[in-house]
Ligand binder design. Sequence first.
Ligand code: COI
Length: 359
Amino acid sequence: MAPSVQPSSSPLRTSEGDEKYANVKWEELGFSLIPTDCMYVAKCRQGESFTEGKIVPYGDISISPCCPILNYGQGLFEGLKAYRTEDDRILIFRPHENALRMQDGAERLCMAPPSVEFFVEAVKQTVLANKKWVPPPGKGALYIRPLLIGSGAILGVAPAPEYTFLIYASPVGDYHKASSGLNLRVDHKSHRAHSGGTGGVKSCTNYSPVVKSLVEAKSSGFSDVLFLDAATGRNIEEASACNIFIVKGNIVSTPPTSGTILPGITRKSISELARDIGYQVQERDVSVDEFLEADEVFCTGTAVVVKAVETVTFHDKKVKYRTGKEALSKKLHSMLTSIQTGLVEDTKGWMVDIDPCQG
Ligand code: COI
């Protein structure tokens, strides 16, 4: 598979950039692809390890029509972000966690994963090669998308004979357009995951099944969809692309990662930050009834960061939650993004500097 370069185009991208920054309308960033200069590609045979990869121009890839990612969905993806600090360092948020999660997913899907060191080094190289696409401080982040796909041809249902580990990136702003809180609709008909399936790993196949519900919800004016567990239909699980939390008094609760919930890295970080400021954090089943009685609800994810939920609609019942300055989600968002953007000291060892010698 020799990546071939295709002309990149985006309404937010113009053809020239200065030395430090690519020519992007930084104020207008949303969550849509702005192709950058470079991507990273590595390959390995089944049963072997990834040993080398390279930075190549960003562009389309050529792949066998008979590969398992296209035919059987044998693929995983990750999402992480790099931030530019006021003193012009570039920091990546918890890449080792994404590497470990990819390893779990690879085990589930019988794929050869990159080692943690290989993954983190590849992410660093990708960010360094696309440095001028990291938005100015406070204007967004460089979203990094690692993929691990079964790329070697095989006709029957079996592990691929070859895997491709690819990383591309795009500058992004907010995932949801709503500047206030989200308006969620609880989906009581379709499910995102089931026990024994792949809901607990970041399989590519977890995402297209939610699109129908999401499109229908959006066309009715909702911002996102919340799924219930497939076994009982009574407990909340997660939204289309993010985890969910409820707050009641001093207790913050989120569904447990027992196989049908994605173990979000933002989810884990926010739980730690909430404990740091004295909240009790519980990972446990949360029924829809309890959910509708909460003081506050918020979503977390790499793309979403921390986003307050303003209303939830379940059948014909609509509930409004606390949002704004008084909301815990506001405080947690500020704590997290202050660490990510270098505004406060990272005492947790979460941030990785792509070029520690430079600062
Ligand atoms: C992320 O937050 O990185 C995600 O996986 C969301 C993505 C599906 C848009």
